[in-house]
Write a protein that binds this ligand. Sequence first.
Ligand code: FE2
Length: 449
Amino acid sequence: MRTLLLCLLTAFMHAQDAFLVKPYLQLGDAPRSMPKERLDLMWHTEDRDGAWIVEVRGAQGWTALAGATFHRLDTPPLPAHRIHRVTMNNLPQGASVPYRVKLDGAVVFEAEAQTRKAGAHRMIVLGDAANGSATQAAIARAVAAARPDAVFIAGDLVYGRGRASEYRAHFFPVYNSDETPLMRRVPVLGVPGNHDVPYDLKKWPDAPAYFAYWSLPLNGPALKAGEANAAPVVAGVHDAVVAASGPAFPRMASFSFDYGKVHWTVLDSNVYTDWESPALKAWLEADLKAAKGAAWRIVALHHPLFQSSRTHADDQWMRPISPILEKYGVDLVLAGHVHNYQRTVPLRFRPTKVGPRGKAVAGEFTVDQAFDGKTVTRAKGIIHIVTGAGGAELYDSWQTDAKASWQPWTRAFISDRHSFTVLDVKAKTLKLRQLDTEGRELDAITLTK
Ligand SMILES: [Fe+2]
């Protein structure tokens, strides 16, 4: 009896020691739905050798997966650590697949992975997230309680500067804790915002950790380090993060993927990108053009095209892509950056005057006044959503009740509480709801085709 207890205690201690960051799911480089799905599983450990094996349970029982690899990240202030990754192949579509992780023969972690669904599904979107606040944790709990199939974070993934040490302090402990086990159950995707890429270029050697810690499709514009439109890094400062990122840097900043009948185009909208440049524009057009089988098209980025908050009012540099999005039938644009919730009427926009970054982009608006999302559900134009109330402190809460301060095409503006967006997509019906930390519905529209 005593031996058994000792064995159990040793196994428990082993499991506690095994991880710096417990296993979390990523979509990996799998942009398209497949009859046999795949997911990447990642976890972080101290920089020491161990025999890691990931097993997946199917009809034949547990099967060990080959091909686990790791990158080492050695840059201050964290001690050197390993970022492990294994691709889980040949998974059934739309299933909850049991998996477990073994270290030196002992099971140290077990969970179930939700694979991509071919049809009806629930995607949750939030922005401006991990700042270490109690609100961030409350939103995380509410998101988990809403049982999404996948989650998308619309930039400003982690505050203040996208550093590895910040992910360790207040990203993974909130979204992948034993209390809120979101990332081990469903893939969480994201796009870098202005806080996720180096700002003061020489100051933070453990940024931009996005490229090392996430595994997302590598089908974006084929950018190379140092090129225009690529996230800037400095040789001699960010070398360790760049090395640990492999092919993800700088390419993974933009990408596209399908989920169910939705095509998602994910754009790095940071100030160093120019989506009017031939390389980026050609990629955007080709991506949207190729999405012929999709019932819905969503563009997700950090910087909104259209919003009413006084804060960041002139951050309008993504507006010039609106005509391309309209041409290819984009239904929704989801953004963050502005820390509140906003929804526009369906609209079209022709830019007439594009000035320098940080200055207003003027143009002509055509708005669909008939759409109400209740009785009239076919939209003529693109609905722009700001869902930047996912954790960080709110902007301009006074505007919630000051309609006169809203742009004429804004239909909802909620900045007196934190919230997130739930998208329920079923064939030709898309329901969008905005929920608060208690799961209360703040806004809701239905779109049909
Ligand atoms: Fe931002």
